[in-house]
Design a binder for this molecule. Structure first.
Ligand code: UD1
Ligand code: MG
Length: 449
């Protein structure tokens, strides 16, 4: 089988984002644009993966997700155009002669399926290169594909360099292509920058290949897959398109989304079967939900794991490190952070549980707060199995509440409570018979004067 290398071009400035953040670090579905492209590239199982970055983009290289193959970084010191950018990958691919797929760091919605078809076309056609084309609704800024009478690809003409007849062509260049590595770098070196932008255009390798008698062809993609992100309006459009895919996939995999349009996923969200998700729920990065879980309306989850049969919300917030056990309940206005809530435990109303363990079957009353932070350090609250914490209690960590212990409502617990003990830590109640009536009489007579 022909080996594959993938080169991702991402040295462009992204000026239209009007942002201090590099363009490819803007996120959709909870993940930077570039990371989507890297994940899709790795999914193809290539032998090599090269990323072309600008000189001021070290942070982009440093933040790449781990995986295989490792990303080799090539630097384009001067942004002299897409053809020049791809040439920067030559040292990394010096010993490589398989197929090279070119992707763009700001075209995040391309699918593995389309890329596999592109590679298959390269191999079955025997053409030196295959360009991925599409028919955009508005072809304004794209390069045009000029086809010969036999349907093969003759050249690509950039919009700025196109005459009226060429500009009228609706078949456009996505920028993505598969090129035989045996020819690629030789072709790139022959490019000139004799064009409207004074840049070395990657698109010119088509004409260069034809000049050498090599065949070029095209394959098709949907506009959604090849949409490029240049500004924040397109960023929002890509987010919408990706959410559409994620919602569809969640439903196909057996989750009920009561209102798909208001359910927001991260690309790594994992939902089991027979999960029900209520309206207006947001899944940030790193959430795994097992089978038969109900997530009621208006929940926000990130970095959390929910075991089967649990019921979350409405209006619950699960923050990173929340582990919700089988059949546990986390109700309205409850925030859980870095805490293990074990099997069948209940935290039904108005609580903050952070840096804690809530043992199996424990019941946490409304308004319970784990006081985990003293302004300097975080400390743990360990609540035993079957413990009962009365409403409006403050557990001042570090503190251990033993199995089966009871904490009286309104307590401020500053010392450990033994298993099966009852702890009461609040002011004693006093009562003065008739005092309210006397007070009323006194105040009312005062007002008459
Ligand atoms: C390019 C194509 C155009 C195609 C369009 C699709 C060329 C000459 N034109 O135009 O035919 O329709 O994409 O979106 O290729 N980059 C570098 N270094 C550079 C310049 C660009 O790494 O010096 C990278 C950018 O980061 C980006 C990609 O190459 O990821 C495309 O560059 P961009 O400037 O957006 O090209 P377009 O003008 O959109
Ligand atoms: Mg572009």
């Amino acid at each position: 089988m022909t080996e594959t290398a993938i080169v991702i071009l991402a040295a462009g400035k992204g000026t239209r984002m009007k942002s201090r953040l590099p363009k490819v670090h803007h996120a959709i579905a909870g993940q930077p644009l570039l990371h989507h492209v890297v994940a899709t590239a790795r999914g193809l199982g290539p032998e090599r993966l090269v990323l072309v970055l600008g000189p001021d983009m070290a942070e982009v290289g440093a933040a790449l997700p781990q995986g295989s193959p490792e990303v080799e970084i090539a630097e384009q010191t001067k942004r002299l155009g897409t053809g020049h950018a791809l040439l920067m990958a030559e040292p990394a691919l010096a010993d490589f002669s398989g197929d090279v797929v070119v992707l763009y760091g700001d075209v995040p919605l391309i699918t593995g399926e389309t890329l596999r078809a592109l590679l298959a076309r390269r191999q079955s056609s025997g053409a030196a290169l295959v360009v991925l084309a599409f028919e955009p609704e508005d072809s304004a800024a794209y390069g045009r594909l000029v086809l010969g009478s036999d349907g093969s690809l003759e050249c690509i003409v950039e919009r700025l360099d196109a005459d009226e007849a060429t500009a009228a062509i609706t078949l456009c260049n996505s920028g993505i292509m598969a090129v035989s590595g045996a020819h690629l770098f030789g072709l790139l070196k022959a490019l000139d920058n004799n064009n409207a932008k004074g840049e070395y255009y990657l698109t010119d390798i088509v004409a260069a290949a034809r000049g050498l008698g090599l065949d070029c062809v095209h394959a098709m993609a949907s506009e959604e897959e090849v949409m490029g992100i240049n500004d924040r309006v397109q960023l929002a459009e890509a987010e919408a398109a990706l959410q559409g895919r994620l919602r569809r996939a969640a439903m196909e995999n057996g989750a009920t989304l009561i209102d798909p349009a208001t359910t927001w996923f991260s690309s790594d969200t994992v939902l089991g079967e027979d999960v029900i998700v209520g309206p207006n729920t947001v899944f940030g990065p790193g959430v795994r939900v097992a089978d038969n879980v109900e997530i009621r309306a208006f929940c926000h989850l990130e970095g959390a794991e929910v075991s089967s049969g649990a019921i979350i919300g409405p209006y619950a917030r699960l923050r990173p490190g929340a582990e919700i056990g089988e059949g546990a309940r986390v109700g309205n206005f409850v925030e859980v952070k870095k805490a293990r809530v074990e099997k069948g435990a209940k935290i039904n109303h108005l609580s903050y549980i952070g840096d804690a363990r809530v043992g199996a079957g424990a019941n946490i009353g409304a308004g319970t707060i784990t006081c985990n932070y003293d302004g300097y350090a975080k400390s743990l609250s360990d609540i035993g199995a079957g413990a009962f914490i009365g409403s409006n209690s403050a557990l001042v960590a570090p503190v251990v509440i033993g199995d089966g212990a009871v904490v009286a409502a309104g307590s401020v617990i500053t010392r450990d409570v033994a298993a099966d003990a009852i702890a009461v830590a609040r002011g004693k109640q006093s009562e003065y018979a008739g005092a309210a009536a006397k007070r009323r009489t006194k105040l009312e007579s005062g007002r008459k004067k």
